[in-house]
Design a protein around this ligand. Structure first.
Ligand SMILES: CC(C)(COP(=O)(O)OP(=O)(O)OC[C@H]1O[C@@H](n2cnc3c(N)ncnc32)[C@H](O)[C@@H]1OP(=O)(O)O)[C@@H](O)C(=O)NCCC(=O)NCCS
Length: 487
């Protein structure tokens, strides 16, 4: 006999129950995997045919769609995904149709998983004989899901204890767990149910999936939520949980990625200060200042911490990839949360490199100076960073700035400066940033780019020279004033 679409905890129940009564229903599909029970383990059979309980897809809204899109950016080809049901998981799965070689290892199979399989993003037989591409414990959705799983060897149904087994999760490469939260506090701990409602929420595999995913090779734990309540009245990123009877499901030490419609942050291994700031940057803009004030009151962040100026929207269109050797590195505008990473880059530079960058001897980069480097208004100034890896600890290997220098009549002039980690120098990153910044400078309305380059800084001079056009150099007190028309 097949347990059909609800293998779940059925086997444990059958094992423990004194009397086992099975309903025989012709609407229930026979499923593959670990879904069979022997008729001798059943005391009574009741024949009764009835359509299975089905749940229609819930309607989405632009915010939820954006959360889904942001989640999809974190999911790489070849990932095994754990994801639940509801509007955010449905939106995320919708944006994965262009990905390749995905697998599902989840408690639930839904209509959206079926759509993904039909799109070809989940191949029927994964390379290397790795078993069924979809393993799950139950199905929730419409008639379509039940038809899809019936006799389909692509879907292997398993007991919940097997699905949630850390050993199984760890054996999968790039295991990516996507789970929701009702609220997340500024330290990164999150809850799925609150106070009196807690009785209705089983935490299920949420915590195990999230924690274990991070330790699978290339794995990620993602907590995804809308930044506000649906009516927009409350922020769901909070200084402290709003209900004292809260049940925390992911703890401060388990948190990895957090995604809202305003972006994605990686909190793993970060200090409380970095976490609070990172979470504020993905909160709804109307709550950000209030959250920052609260974070200051709680001594989570520096008293003088600032956010990018209001109205300075993060220019995501400047995000992209930069191919260096055989590696694709992420290029993106700087964020206020990059302070520590920029400090790390600064301290990795030699004394000479620092001198070349700042044209004076600077031996330390304290919070105030680092904050100035990472806070740009994106409208008159810009900074791009090159980030290595989307792993647990993201490393910034280079940063370039342009800022207004002066206005000469109608000529708008910006000043360029850059620094590249010594172990990444002479591989083309400086030149890449220079040409990218020329394009950005043009977009911001500048007509001339200028750089002040120490006379023996052959690398920077060479990078300018390689552009091969429209450049002038004037030497004054050991410093070349390099000017480049960028109109
Ligand atoms: C200047 C800097 C940003 C350049 O970055 P980078 O990633 O090393 O630059 P690139 O690899 O694109 O280009 C460097 C070029 O200089 C060349 N070069 C290196 N040493 C050289 C030397 N002694 N003489 C002549 N050319 C030299 C490299 O071969 C390369 O040219 P190529 O592509 O033709 O081979 C980086 O070296 C740095 O951070 N320096 C310290 C800070 C600094 O000087 N900032 C500039 C302030 S405006």
């Amino acid at each position: 006999m097949s347990l059909g679409v609800t293998v779940d905890i059925m086997k444990s129940i059958i094992e423990k129950a004194d009397v086992v009564i099975a309903q025989v229903n012709r609407y229930m599909p026979v499923t593959c995997g670990d879904s069979l029970v022997h008729v001798k383990d059943v005391d009574y059979l009741v024949e009764f045919d009835e359509p299975l309980v089905s749940y229609p897809l819930q309607e989405s809204d632009p915010e939820v769609m954006q959360v889904g899109k942001n989640i999809s950016r974190l999911i790489e080809d070849g990932s095994t995904i754990q994801i639940g049901f509801g509007r955010i998981p449905d939106a995320a799965l919708m944006f994965l149709k262009e990905k390749k070689d995905l697998r599902i290892h989840s408690e639930i199979v839904t209509d959206s998983v079926v759509d993904l399989a039909v799109s070809g993003a989940i191949p029927p037989s994964p390379a290397g004989g790795r078993g069924a591409p979809i393993t799950a414990s139950l199905c929730i959705g419409s008639e379509r899901v039940f038809r899809f799983v019936g006799g389909n060897s692509m879907v292997e149904m398993k007991s919940l204890s097997d699905i949630i087994s850390p050993a199984t999760i760890l054996s999968r490469e790039k295991f990516t767990a996507v789970n929701g939260a009702i609220e997340i506090d500024l330290t990164g701990q999150s809850c799925v149910g609150m106070g009196d409602q807690m009785g209705y929420f089983g935490a299920l595999g949420h915590a195990v999936f999230n924690r274990t995913a991070m330790f699978s090779p290339g794995g990620k734990g993602i907590i995804a939520l809308r930044s506000t309540s649906r009516d927009g009245r409350f922020s769901r990123i909070v200084p402290e949980f709003t209900d004292r009877k809260i049940g925390i499901v992911t703890t401060q030490s388990d948190v990895n990625y957090v995604v809202t419609e305003y972006g994605c942050v990686n909190l793993f291994g970060k200090s409380i200060r970095e976490r609070a700031l990172a979470l504020i940057t993905i909160a709804h803009p109307k709550f950000r200042q209030r959250l920052l004030d609260e974070a200051k009151r709680m001594n989570y962040v520096y008293e003088d911490q600032v956010l990018p100026p209001e109205g300075a929207d993060y220019p995501g269109s400047y995000e992209g990839l930069c191919r260096i050797g055989d590696k694709d590195l992420l290029v993106r505008p700087i964020k206020v949360t990059d302070e520590r990473a920029v400090q790390n880059l600064f301290y990795a530079m030699s004394r000479d490199d620092r001198f070349h960058r700042f044209l004076m001897h600077v031996s330390s980069l304290h919070h105030k100076q680092a904050q100035d480097l990472v806070t740009v208004d994106y409208t008159s100034s810009m900074a791009l960073v090159i980030q290595n890896g989307q792993g647990r600890q993201d490393e910034i290997v280079a940063v370039a700035h342009i800022a207004p220098e002066e206005s000469r009549g109608t000529k708008k002039v910006c000043e360029f400066a850059a620094m590249v980690d010594p172990s990444w120098q002479n591989q083309g990153i400086g030149s890449f940033l220079l040409s990218r910044m020329i394009a950005v400078g043009r977009d911001l309305g500048y007509s001339l780019m200028r750089a002040y380059v120490w006379e023996d800084n052959m690398q920077m001079l060479r990078a300018f020279e390689k552009l091969g056009c429209g450049m002038t150099q004037e030497l004054d007190c050991h410093v070349y004033r390099v000017s480049l028309a960028i109109e």
